[in-house]
Design a protein around this ligand. Structure first.
Ligand code: SF4
Length: 208
């Protein structure tokens, strides 16, 4: 099977970077985690802080065996699959292998492609720039909306109305607008207590 076919089956994946750090955002904030950042994204957020991830062809394509083997070099057994937009790929084979090796599997996704994979925690962060695929709403354990503009509160509520009833809801100020929006988010959450606040704590700690 050639590389293109193996990527199509999720047996090989383009890896922009993979590193062991502390999860800075959302439900697993503060937990040590191995991040696997897949190359490729067609969502196009204007404020994206990993624009270099967009072009999948720029990144080395590794077998899922290699990806998992590198993850096993670190003591933590929490893995976060992110991007780019990781659901551009079939994540079934990679997550199956990670779970067989004892990893807890998390994903950070915009939900813009059909859901795949076996995940213990699904962080769904919808973006205005590409509509989510309907398959994400039932899967989401956490809805994390990045607030960059005041219209993002309405956008957050639109998606909150679609996720399953156990989904945790968080608002996160976009880093460059945090000074302006953090106080507004604090007021919003106090008045809409089904929401929590997520901060990009890794940026305060100056870690990746
Ligand atoms: S979905 Fe993520 S990687 Fe893609 S453009 Fe938006 S912020 Fe960047």
């Amino acid at each position: 099977m050639n590389t293109k076919d193996q990527v199509a089956k999720g047996l090989m994946l383009p890896i922009m970077e993979a590193f062991y750090t502390i999860q800075g955002e959302g439900r697993f904030t503060g937990h040590p985690a191995y991040f696997i950042r897949l190359g490729g994204c067609d969502v196009g957020c204007v404020w994206c802080d990993v624009k270099e991830s967009w072009e999948a062809g720029k990144w080395p394509v590794l077998s899922i065996e290699q990806i998992v083997k590198e993850g096993l070099n670190h003591p933590g057994r929490l893995v976060v699959i992110t991007g780019g937009e990781p659901l551009m790929y079939d994540l079934g084979p990679l997550t199956k292998m990670l779970k067989e090796k004892g990893f807890t599997t998390n994903i950070e996704t915009s939900g813009a492609h059909p859901f795949s994979g076996d995940f213990d925690w699904v962080c769904f962060s919808p973006k205005k720039f590409k509509k989510p695929h309907p398959s994400i709403y039932e899967q989401a354990n956490e809805l994390k909306v990045v607030v960059f503009h005041k219209s993002d509160f309405d956008f957050a509520e639109e998606h909150a109305a679609l996720v399953n009833s156990s989904c945790e809801k968080r608002l996160q100020p976009e880093w460059s607008k945090a000074e302006k929006f953090t106080p507004i988010i604090i007021d919003y959450v106090k008045n809409h207590p089904t929401w929590n606040i997520s901060l990009q704590t890794h940026k305060f700690m100056d870690i990746p």
